[in-house]
Ligand binder design. Structure first.
Ligand code: NDP
Length: 258
């Protein structure tokens, strides 16, 4: 069973855009797909998708800008109002990872670079979730499904294996960006805490690593094409149920240790 409504942040390019594309192409798939991004009017690939799929709604949302988050929530609530079904699935995907500079190591660290990674990758998802929680709670409350899942109400945080503390054997040798690692570990803490807090509301929460993916962030030498990563991610997300809430997964559904 597919969610009837989905919100994806960072939908202008990369993994977020491909999620919107694949969700839109599902036969009898979501009725509303909210593609949130910083510059919807100039996101050309997204605008092309909108022409083919009327269920895709571009929405202005900058995860660093509280006003934009609340305004997006108002717009989405208005679109969902006629059926009053709430929002089934929130995918916190927007993220940044500097490729060089003063977020890379403790010698040379600059406060602003660390705070920027934390702001976009960890605090942004907190505030986006805050704004959309009433719609997720509504979806969970009116669902007649006894089981948790993306068809009912779920928050998926797109993290990274680099946020795993348990899997960090190579330190800065694997990828020298401590600021990014810290921000994704913080995002994982959000997943775990929210999963406990939201269990009684019937809202599932999970973290996913998309793999190393050929996007602007991952670079052309990455292991996975964006369509491969996203089809595996969406397939894994669809299979989530009560026993998975609070967990952390690879794109293919294998568990990652926090
Ligand atoms: P890209 O750099 O290709 O795309 C990043 C997206 O995030 C863009 O849509 C960008 O929007 C958006 N974004 C950045 N800052 C903000 C902001 N302040 N507000 C709203 N949107 C913002 O990255 P990917 O698609 O590769 O990454 C998507 C997610 O996957 C990220 O969370 C990333 O950390 C994670 N990930 C990616 C991996 C990879 O190998 N690619 C590996 C592990 C995790 P804009 O166009 O406006 O800049």
């Amino acid at each position: 069973m597919h969610p009837r409504s989905v919100l994806v942040t960072g939908a202008s390019r990369g993994i977020g855009l491909e999620m919107v594309r694949q969700l839109a192409a599902i036969q009898d798939g979501p009725v509303h797909i909210f593609a949130a991004c910083r510059n919807p009017d100039v996101a050309e690939d997204l605008q092309i998708l909108v022409k083919d799929y009327p269920q895709v709604h571009p929405v202005y949302l900058d995860v660093e800008n509280d006003e934009s988050i609340w305004s997006a929530a108002d717009q989405i609530q208005a679109i969902l109002k006629p059926t009053d079904e709430g929002l089934n699935l929130l995918i916190n995907n927007a993220g940044i990872c500097d490729k060089e500079g003063s977020g890379f190591s403790v010698p040379g660290a600059e406060r602003g670079v660390f705070l920027h990674h934390l702001n976009v990758n960890s605090v942004g998802p907190v505030l986006v979730t805050q704004a959309f929680l009433p719609l997720l709670q509504k979806a969970a409350a009116i669902s007649n499904s006894g089981k948790m899942g993306a068809h009912k109400a779920a928050i998926i945080n797109i993290s990274s294996i680099l946020g795993s503390i348990a899997e960090n054997a190579l330190g800065s040798k694997l990828i020298p960006n401590i600021a990014y690692r810290m921000s994704k570990s913080a995002l994982n803490q959000l997943t775990k805490t929210l999963a406990v807090d939201m269990k009684d509301d019937g809202i599932l929460v999970a973290s996913f690593c998309p793999g190393w993916v050929q996007t602007d962030m991952g670079g052309p030498q990455a292991d996975l094409k964006v369509n491969e990563s996203v089809s595996a991610l969406l397939n894994s997300i669809e299979k989530l149920s009560d026993e998975h809430t609070g967990d952390y997964f690879h794109h293919n559904g294998e568990t990652i240790s926090y």
